[in-house]
Design a protein around this ligand. Structure first.
Ligand SMILES: Cc1cc2nc3c(=O)[nH]c(=O)nc-3n(C[C@H](O)[C@H](O)[C@H](O)COP(=O)(O)OP(=O)(O)OC[C@H]3O[C@@H](n4cnc5c(N)ncnc54)[C@H](O)[C@@H]3O)c2cc1C
Length: 484
């Protein structure tokens, strides 16, 4: 590679995975072109302003930001830490509110504190709790890249990949209330305890116990920092460019076309959005037949409503933790009634400026408007959204009585908004997470990244992006990232 003729990569999708992968490749001498269908870059990493209020579209809190862990070292490797305003969660990082019991569990961060808290609340399960946490950390730590280790084979993990989180936990815990307490872990990735693989559960619980961080001022600051790296290395990030056609000859992708007829080339291509979209625009056998079938049949039913509430000045305190509101409390299927996050005022972090309430739901509630387009969905649709929002605010006010008076105005996104924003079929919030598509395809210069490959969220997507970049570069990066 010479400076005048660098390697080129074209990345389709300007969400977290496209940007992470693009930033790593740009830093390593690739000329990067990112094509994004939306007007604004970022996908689930995007935040937006209404007046002076900042709302996150997706990403609220992230993990792996302790020293010697993936997110921290990855941001350091990209040299972006100074550009980010990051706040560590309070020591009680997760609040599980059970409305039917009028009770709240404040789960602390840090392994010892977490374990002690559970034992204090469930003393009759103390041996089981110790054994469970021990096993969870042991298995969680086999996700090598999260802890900056070279990938090794972990044969013993195979059985945890096929065991449900519920079955796994039941080996140690008998108390139904305690079992259902852990269900928040599944809820954050679109799983019930029965559908979540034990392996993924252990990884996520390890991360959640270890740390929790957020951006003050919205997640867009990370998008801006990543775009800057790509620009600095002669790359481009192009919005309003929806890819609708790909041209493959002799198992090699030569170009992609955007809806406006423009043609985009690259030495290699990275597909950083839904694999279902990829299959819908190509007749080629991009994956082996069983994977093709799996992708086309896959339905991730986990979508929802998001209420972005702008709060009145200094009327509601900033809650520096993640709040999960649930009912009934002995249902291990979860899903929670709602997740609730506040954003602090940038200057003092005492008062909340906004509250984002995310309500898991299925697509069924909006199916009758599925054929409509944004802003033309009709009065019925608007009334339905208002009803969902009012009922939820009423429910939240049972636990936070001051919230009703504190809300200045709110906006509601439905599963249709989510579908159209991400381009994910059925408005799946976590895309095709759970598909585990391979990074390498049958097309030699087409690679897959994003939440359909491995795990979602900052730590998960950083891991996948590093692996994709390593595959393209043909050399390992993890030692370098571990050393920074
Ligand atoms: C409500 C919600 C809450 C979340 N909370 C958290 C959290 O607290 N912590 C956390 O770590 N993670 C959280 N996540 C998950 C996190 O946001 C996602 O895992 C991550 O943003 C996914 O990144 P991605 O690049 O794989 O996909 P996406 O963000 O979906 O990006 C894909 C991009 O591709 C674009 N695209 C689609 N089709 C095309 C096309 N044909 N041509 C060009 N571009 C196209 C889309 O517009 C999109 O911008 C949350 C997600 C949601 C939705």
């Amino acid at each position: 590679m010479s400076e005048s003729n660098p390697h080129t990569v074209c990345i389709i999708g300007g969400g977290m995975s496209g940007l992470f992968t693009g930033a790593i490749l740009a830093k390593n001498g690739y000329q990067v072109t990112i094509l994004e269908k939306n007007h604004i870059i970022g996908g689930g990493l995007q935040s937006f302003r209404r007046g002076d209020a900042v709302f996150n579209t997706g990403m609220q809190v992230f993990t792996g930001y302790e020293k010697e862990m993936i997110t921290y070292n990855f941001f350091k490797y990209l040299k972006i830490i100074d550009k980010l305003k990051i706040l560590s969660a309070d020591s009680e990082a997760q609040e599980i509110v059970w409305l039917d019991r009028d009770h709240c569990y404040l789960l602390p961060k840090g392994r010892q504190a977490y374990e002690e808290y559970l034992i204090k609340n469930f003393p009759h399960e103390s041996d089981g709790i110790k054994d469970l946490i021990n096993e969870v950390f042991k298995i969680g730590h086999t996700y090598d890249y999260l802890f900056l280790n070279k990938i090794q084979r972990h044969e013993e993990n195979v059985r945890y990949a096929y065991m449900s989180a519920y079955e796994f936990m039941s080996q140690y815990i008998k108390d139904k209330t305690l079992l259902s307490l852990f269900a928040y872990i599944g809820g954050t990735s679109g799983h019930s305890m029965e559908t979540m693989p034990a392996l993924e559960f252990c990884m996520m619980l390890t991360l959640y116990i270890t740390d929790s961080h957020r951006f003050v001022g919205g997640s867009m600051q990370l998008v801006d920092a990543l775009v800057e790296i790509i620009h600095q290395n002669n790359g481009v990030v192009i919005n309003n460019t929806k890819v609708c056609k790909i041209v493959i000859n002799d198992r090699s992708l030569s170009s992609v076309y955007s809806e406006d007829g423009r043609r985009w080339e690259g030495e290699c291509f990275v597909w950083a959005c839904s694999p279902q979209i990829l299959l819908s625009i190509s007749e080629e056998k991009i994956f082996r037949p069983s994977m093709m079938e799996r992708i086309s049949k896959y339905v991730n039913p986990f979508t929802g409503y998001i209420i972005n509430c702008k709060l009145k000045d200094k009327k509601f305190p900033f809650i520096n933790s993640s709040v999960y509101i649930s009912k009934p409390s002995d249902d291990t299927h979860f899903p929670p009634i709602a997740f609730l996050f506040t954003q602090p005022l940038e200057e003092n972090q005492i008062w909340a400026q906004t509250m984002d309430i995310y309500i898991p739901a299925t697509f069924d509630g909006v199916r009758k408007w599925a054929g409509t387009i944004v802003e033309h969905r009709g009065d019925d649709y608007n009334k339905m959204k208002l009803k969902v929002a009012n009922e939820m605010i009423e429910l939240v006010s049972k636990y936070y009585p001051k919230i009703k008076d504190a809300i200045d105005s709110f906006y509601v996104a439905s599963p249709l908004t989510i579908r159209d924003f991400y381009g994910n079929p059925h408005g799946a919030v976590y895309g095709q997470q759970g598909l585990y598509v391979p990074i390498k395809t049958r097309v030699k210069n087409l690679f897959m990244t994003g939440q359909a490959v491995q795990n979602q969220g900052v730590a998960g997507i950083a891991t996948t992006s590093i692996i994709v970049a390593e595959t393209i570069l043909g050399r390992s990066l993890i030692e370098e990232i571990a050393k920074v």
